[in-house]
Ligand binder design. Sequence first.
Ligand SMILES: C[S@@+](CC[C@H](N)C(=O)[O-])C[C@H]1O[C@@H](n2cnc3c(N)ncnc32)[C@H](O)[C@@H]1O
Length: 197
Amino acid sequence: MVDYLSAKGWITQKERILLHKCALDLPPSSNILNIGIEYGASMACLTVPDVNLYGVDIIGNDLMSVRLDATIYKKDSRKLYSHWRKPLHFIFVDGEHSISGVLADARFASFLERGCKIAFHDCSITFGTPMAKLIVEEVNKAVNIWYNTAIGFIEIEGIDSIRMFIKASKSMQKRINIMKENMECDSIDLLESVDMV
Ligand SMILES: C[S@@+](CC[C@H](N)C(=O)[O-])C[C@H]1O[C@@H](n2cnc3c(N)ncnc32)[C@H](O)[C@@H]1O
């Protein structure tokens, strides 16, 4: 069992618990993609039995401080995207923190199955360095641009610096459309009552 709560990395305890829960909730043989490995904390959080974990980083697992069962790609995530074919059931985006980098990585969301989630790290400051403020602004800009054009995704509750989105299931999408038509309202807040399955 990987000690995901103490593995080296820039992830808060609450974020670790959320990521681990997202992985645990997946059915067997699901595919998780972790973009940005560094010391491996998020990889450790996403390691659960019977689920396939894929990690990509330009430095591969050179710095990874934990030993775990995963497929590692040592390359630019843009290159991985250009030949990726597998369906995905959870994506954690924590690679290149520029607007173009986050937008490039958000493209993997097109491989997400309905009812599955994508999470973006560093959407708010948790470690408080001056650098962090710049990173957070870039990441949020990119996430907002992506979300404004991402069809069928709904923002759900994240934690600390994680923003999370779910790709609506067909029934959920149908109900959302009906609610929107009936209420003539675009507010996602009003959609919170919609069952997420
Ligand atoms: C903040 S660290 C990831 C931290 C890790 N998720 C954790 O839990 O500790 C960001 C990582 O993204 C990698 N990276 C930056 N740009 C990348 C790119 N274009 N493709 C793949 N990896 C990239 C960096 O090498 C770095 O290791």
